[in-house]
Design a protein around this ligand. Structure first.
Ligand SMILES: N[C@@H](CCC(=O)N[C@@H](CS)C(=O)NCC(=O)O)C(=O)O
Length: 209
């Protein structure tokens, strides 16, 4: 297996954290997103969508999405379980995973890519250039604030996002909350439950990879 990674980007960080929780190290190729390596023809052969992470399997199959990669790794390295032990838990985790990606990760990206100078004309990932839309940046910021409030509420009811144990959804949510720094959006001072959870997840060794 070969893992295509980039240390400055949030999506591959999710896979790195997942691997660290499992205690697994893979052959890794760093992709230099800052200098546009993802836009080269060579990388286009690896991923026509021009994004990382990518997991290339030994038979040449390429997995092009963080959650899909983690699904494969969960099966290959089952301990500790991070994606559900029975049908109900797997469904609850899949539900929250989609929710956090949609309302957290995507909201931050909507703001970041539509406002950052470095992404002028690159408002969406991929081979096609799209112009930034400032109104989307503003809407994204509002969505991030709601995301923090909703996550704080959720964490007032349960220790971790999906229940009483750490799962892949905590990784997804933690990486999103950390990446909100890129749009200078801070966890509100009064979000005590969110802060308690962020400090607990941040203290795990996997949070430092
Ligand atoms: N759905 C994909 C999203 C991947 C993605 O957007 N990756 C970003 C880094 S976080 C990327 O490769 N960006 C390349 C670019 O900005 O051109 C996943 O989670 O794997």
């Amino acid at each position: 297996m070969k893992f295509y990674d980039c240390l400055t980007a949030p999506s591959p960080r999710r896979v790195r954290m997942f691997l660290a929780e499992k205690g697994v190290t893979l052959e890794t190729k760093m992709v230099d997103l800052a200098n546009g390596e993802q836009l080269t023809d060579t990388f286009g052969e690896v991923n026509p969508r021009r994004t990382v992470p990518v997991l290339e399997l030994d038979d040449g199959t390429k997995l092009l999405d963080s959650t899909a990669i983690c699904m494969y790794l969960e099966d290959a390295f089952p301990d500790p379980n991070l994606m559900g032990r029975d049908p109900k838990e797997r469904a609850v985790i899949a539900m929250w995973q989609r929710d956090i990606e949609t309302n957290g990760t995507m909201a931050i990206m909507e703001c970041f890519r539509n406002s950052s100078k470095g992404f002028r004309n690159r408002a969406l990932t991929g081979p096609i250039d799209y112009e930034q839309i400032p109104a989307l940046a503003e809407r994204g910021r509002q969505r991030v604030r709601h995301f923090f409030a909703e996550l704080n509420f959720r964490l007032s009811r349960s220790e971790y996002v999906t229940g009483d144990r750490f799962t892949i959804v905590d990784i997804t949510a933690f990486v999103a909350v950390e990446f909100s720094r890129a749009i200078k959006e801070k966890v509100p001072d009064d979000a005590a439950h969110l802060k308690r959870w962020r400090d607990a997840v941040g203290a795990r060794p996997s949070a430092s990879v």
